[in-house]
Design a binder for this molecule. Structure first.
Ligand code: ATP
Ligand code: MG
Length: 390
């Protein structure tokens, strides 16, 4: 009996005429992600993707671990492929599922008959298979309302498939189906989560990190590289741009009023990220800001930060509480890296009494004392590029 994986996808089904575009992208992303495991065959039929290992050495469990991180997948099932004949379906279902079924008390059979020419209808198939299971495993009982386990039978074009498990996928849209955005990635908890949330909607990511040596150490940079690697395990590839930021911070520190430092610095970060983003065909910027979290994230502060750029700024965490953000950070496995203790550049030049209700004209007046365009261009030119792939 051959084992393979059936993958189901959700929202893509709603895409009408564009649907093949989304499906093909998802298949390409699956192939890329599994490439190094060995030879596999990936096909698609009736809103299902079939992934067959062509090499006995490939571990299905390892394939499943990878698939759990691919955006666009709603569920993953490890299945047995059986001959499309009632006797085979019954016998092989019991043989394949016996080790699993013996651990449960109640079950029910659910059948999907995608091949409408198959002689028995779905309820009849379920009844026959159910009866056979009952006759072979004496302690099992049928419970159609709240069974401990569901035996799924799918009768499709060339074969039938039997399985019990539907592992939830990560959902979202396939990477590469929804443009590109540039993520301002600090070493903190919030920005990796923000990047992940936008990537989940099919958006490719570029990342920009502002680095302030010698105030921030090489280890702070390594931490950002590690965070990017985690994001890459979901979305395949990220160009990480490391921007030297010390000179800019010193210049602002010297020439601008203390209570405006953070906001002027944030506006410069946005301008630099936008310039890098536009060079890389990004359609938007992403930050990890959340309304009211700190002085630079009041509604007025976000307004003046926004006014620094023309690209749309996505702030997917805007309405979330810290504990909600932390829950996602744990789930996507960025949390443990984010809480490593290395300084990030923003914690160094922190004013004692930052403005919480800034006025744009006052910030612009202060910015006129420094060469904003010159500093932005210089920082972009000195940026280091690190390409991170799976
Ligand atoms: P995070 O947990 O993402 O660091 P935060 O709550 O510490 O966020 P701030 O330090 O005010 O908030 O930063 C707000 C946003 O600005 C971050 O979410 C991130 O998108 C961006 N940002 C801050 N510092 C940097 C940096 N050193 N490099 C790149 N982006 C940064
Ligand atoms: Mg931070």
């Amino acid at each position: 009996m051959d084992e393979l994986i059936l993958v189901k996808y959700g929202e893509i089904i709603l895409k009408g005429l564009n649907r093949p575009l989304f499906e093909n992208k998802l298949i390409r992303n699956i192939k890329t992600s599994l490439k190094d495991l060995g030879k596999i065959k990936v096909t698609r039929a009736q809103a299902t993707i079939y992934i067959e290992p062509m090499d006995k050495m490939i571990q299905i469990s390892q394939m499943i671990e990878r698939l759990k991180k691919i955006f666009g997948i709603v569920s993953i099932s490890r299945v047995a492929k059986v001959e499309k004949d009632m006797e085979c379906i019954k016998k092989q279902a019991v043989e394949y599922l016996l080790p699993t079924l013996t651990h449960h008390k109640t079950f029910k059979v659910e059948t999907k008959r995608a091949d409408k020419r198959f002689p028995l209808k779905s309820p009849e198939i379920s009844r026959e298979v159910g009866g056979y299971i009952l006759s072979k495993i004496s302690h099992l009982k049928v419970d159609v309302h709240t069974p401990d386990i569901i035996v799924n039978i799918e009768v499709r074009d060339t074969s039938a498939y039997v399985y019990t498990e539907k592992i939830p996928g990560v959902g979202g849209m396939p990477t590469g189906t929804n443009g590109k955005a540039t993520l301002l990635l600090s070493g903190g908890i919030d920005s990796p989560v923000a990047g992940w949330m936008i990537a989940k909607r099919g958006v490719e990511l570029e990342a920009v990190h502002f680095f302030s040596p010698p105030y921030t150490s090489e280890r702070a940079k390594d931490k950002v590289i590690e965070l990017t690697k985690v994001l890459v395990s979901y979305c395949g590839k990220i160009n990480l741009h490391i921007v030297p930021f010390t000179d800019i911070q010193m210049e602002i520190y010297e020439k601008c009023p203390d209570d405006q430092l953070t906001l002027i610095m944030r506006r410069l970060m946005m301008k630099i990220a936008e310039k890098i983003g536009l060079k890389n065909n990004s359609n938007a910027l992403i930050t990890g800001e959340s309304l009211g979290q700190v002085a630079s994230q009041t509604i007025q502060s976000l307004g003046v930060t926004n006014a620094a750029v023309k690209l749309p700024v996505f702030r997917p965490l805007i309405g979330m509480d810290k504990d909600e953000i932390v829950a996602i950070a744990r789930k996507i496995e960025t949390f443990d890296i984010s809480i490593l203790p290395y300084e990030d550049c923003c914690t160094i030049f922190v004013p004692k009494h930052p403005k919480t209700k800034p006025q744009l004209d006052k910030l612009l007046a202060s910015e006129s004392h420094v060469d904003v365009d010159g500093m932005v261009n210089k920082a972009v030119n000195e940026t280091e590029l690190i390409e991170i792939t799976q």
